[in-house]
Design a protein around this ligand. Structure first.
Ligand SMILES: NC(=O)c1ccc[n+]([C@@H]2O[C@H](COP(=O)([O-])OP(=O)(O)OC[C@H]3O[C@@H](n4cnc5c(N)ncnc54)[C@H](O)[C@@H]3O)[C@@H](O)[C@H]2O)c1
Length: 262
């Protein structure tokens, strides 16, 4: 795909740090956007600021933390357009701490939002894509879905799960003309870095020097280039790429880094 001109793209978590950047860059490239998030006002102000050759086809609030919410998002989307070219499963939350100190209801909510919701949305949208013989699923995992994130057992579990899910979907649906990309950014300056922390464990993101934290604009620019090329696994930024290489070829180096961070 050379450009997103007139491609219909659904973005969840559209008003978050990475979501907004997706919207800005997709619309600049001519995409036709359908946007959803939890709250109405941020969606309205986002629409006002978006500029480019593309357009916003529609917005609606939706909650991806349960099955009914995912179904409602599917129904609201197809009421706007039946032909979704790209589904970006971007909504997500984080929490951190020693695992047994994170309340179980928070662990379960995170798994619902970060893992079950993308699975549910894919379940809804894939039959339409398969019928049309085209489509692209983009699942926003994390570098924590490739390497363990110290102090982030639920988050890593959800993002490793999303990576595994994406890998199997790709094998199953590529023959039907559907592409699947998983995206694995390193820590990036958005609200998610201020997520709830539990207990006394040292948390990786709190220890990071500023120069190591990525900026959303460049992370999403690289991600979008990867989506256009149909890349299967996208690791935007040097740190994400280095961690991916370390995990594959120098696992001991990775253990050392984790000792420093954890
Ligand atoms: N920022 C990072 O360091 C980083 C790194 C790797 C991966 N990610 C992933 O990128 C994605 C976007 O995160 P972000 O950094 O923009 O964080 P963010 O907190 O700025 O945005 C997350 C968005 O998800 C939405 N959301 C949360 N719960 C929801 C629910 N129940 N229903 C509907 N929407 C809901 C929020 O309203 C918000 O707009 C997430 O999946 C996150 O895990 C972020």
């Amino acid at each position: 795909m050379n450009s997103f001109s007139k491609k219909v793209i659904l973005v969840t978590g559209a008003t978050g740090g990475l979501g907004k950047e997706f919207c800005r860059q997709f619309i600049a490239d001519g995409a036709h956007l359908i946007l959803t998030d939890l709250q109405k006002e941020p969606l309205e102000s986002l629409v006002k600021e978006l500029k480019g050759s593309g357009k916003v086809l529609g917005t609606f609030t939706g909650d991806v933390s349960n099955a009914e919410g995912a179904k409602a998002i599917y129904e609201s989307t197809i009421a706007i357009s039946k032909n979704i070219d790209v589904l970006v499963n971007n909504a997500g939350i984080a929490n951190a701490g020693e695992f047994a100190e994170i309340p179980l209801d928070k662990v379960e909510l995170l798994m619902q939002i970060n893992l079950l919701s993308p699975m549910r949305l894919c379940h809804h949208f894939l039959p339409d894509m398969k019928k049309r013989g085209t489509g692209h699923i983009v699942n926003i995992s994390s570098v924590a879905g490739l390497v363990p994130m110290p102090g982030g057992a639920p988050y890593s579990a959800s993002k490793f799960g999303l990576k595994g899910f994406s890998d199997v979907l790709r094998t199953d649906y590529e023959p039907h003309g559907i592409k699947v990309s998983s995206v694995h950014p390193f820590f990036t300056k958005t609200a998610i870095l201020d997520s709830a922390r539990y207990g006394s464990a040292k948390i990786a993101s709190a220890e990071l020097p500023d120069f190591l934290v990525e900026d959303p604009e460049s992370v999403i620019a690289e991600t979008i280039r990867g989506i256009k090329k149909g890349e299967k696994v996208i690791c935007p930024g040097m740190v994400a790429k280095s961690l991916d290489v370390s995990r594959r070829f120098f696992p001991e180096l990775l253990n050392l880094m984790n000792k420093y961070l954890g």
